[in-house]
Design a protein around this ligand. Structure first.
Ligand SMILES: Nc1nc2c(c(=O)[nH]1)N[C@H]1C(S)=C(S)[C@@H](COP(=O)(O)O)O[C@H]1N2
Ligand SMILES: [Mo]
Length: 223
């Protein structure tokens, strides 16, 4: 699998530029969030489901996955060859979620401890390379990159890769989802290969809107 990911990444997706470092990045209001990494964690569940939590012990019953993938932020920076370890979301879904669902599902909402949230269509979330990751380059995930557990969805812009995962919601109706940011900057799929940076406007326009924000955001996130 690692080899496959490498071959796909020889060319960067449209509008992306490679960075040599992997900064902490994201929404400024959450820059100072500190994860308590010593905590045992539970992931809360909500929506069309008859169960309230997934524990670390539940996750530990699933096969562990190691994956190398590129990371693409919507603001146009990319960082290549990130080695993630954790659980495949599809395994989590099939083993721990599906038996408890009370209706058919269209969308999965990921909520973070810092109040951030994002969503994936169920069909996107069930792809091979979507993980709930708890290691980065062989070490436990740091606060910087989303401890204790984060979403990794390499085919989708960084904003779908929710850090500090706290709660997962299963929605019957994708249209019922209300994004946390203005609608035009959150695309329901946000596929990097299709340059789905936002809604309504063509993707390339966002390149010019976002590029000036990269340096400022990296500095802000360093705290
Ligand atoms: N909880 C949380 N998750 C988040 C964000 C955030 O602000 N809070 N920002 C998103 C954005 S825009 C990006 S690009 C990636 C950055 O991941 P990194 O900090 O590991 O580089 O996290 C995503 N997930
Ligand atoms: Mo991002």
């Amino acid at each position: 699998m690692a080899t496959q990911a490498r071959e796909q990444s020889i060319n960067l997706p449209p509008g992306q530029q490679e960075r040599q470092d992997f900064p902490r990045f994201g929404v400024w209001t959450f820059a100072d969030y500190q994860a308590d990494v010593t905590d045992n964690y539970e992931i809360r569940l909500a929506g069309e489901i008859d169960s309230i939590t997934i524990t670390q012990a539940d996750l530990a019953t699933l096969p562990r996955i190691e994956q190398i993938s590129d990371f693409h932020c919507v603001t146009t920076w990319s960082y290549r060859d990130v080695q993630w370890g954790g659980y495949r979301f599809r395994d989590v879904y099939e083993q721990l979620i599906q038996p408890k669902l009370t209706d058919s599902i269209e969308m999965v909402v990921f909520r973070a401890r810092d109040k951030y949230k994002s969503s994936l269509l169920l069909e996107d979330a069930l792809q091979d390379d979507v993980l709930l990751a708890d290691t980065l380059n062989g070490k436990p995930l740091s606060t910087k990159h989303g401890a204790p557990l984060r979403v990794v969805a390499p085919a989708h812009y960084g904003y779908k890769n929710v850090k500090h995962l706290h709660k997962i919601e299963f929605l019957r109706d994708a249209a019922a989802y209300r994004p946390r940011s203005p609608r035009f900057i959150e695309h329901p799929r946000a596929r990097v290969s299709h340059e789905e940076r936002g809604r309504y406007l063509p993707g390339w326009i966002f390149r010019y809107l976002y590029r000036p924000l990269i340096g400022m955001t990296v500095r802000r996130m360093k705290g």
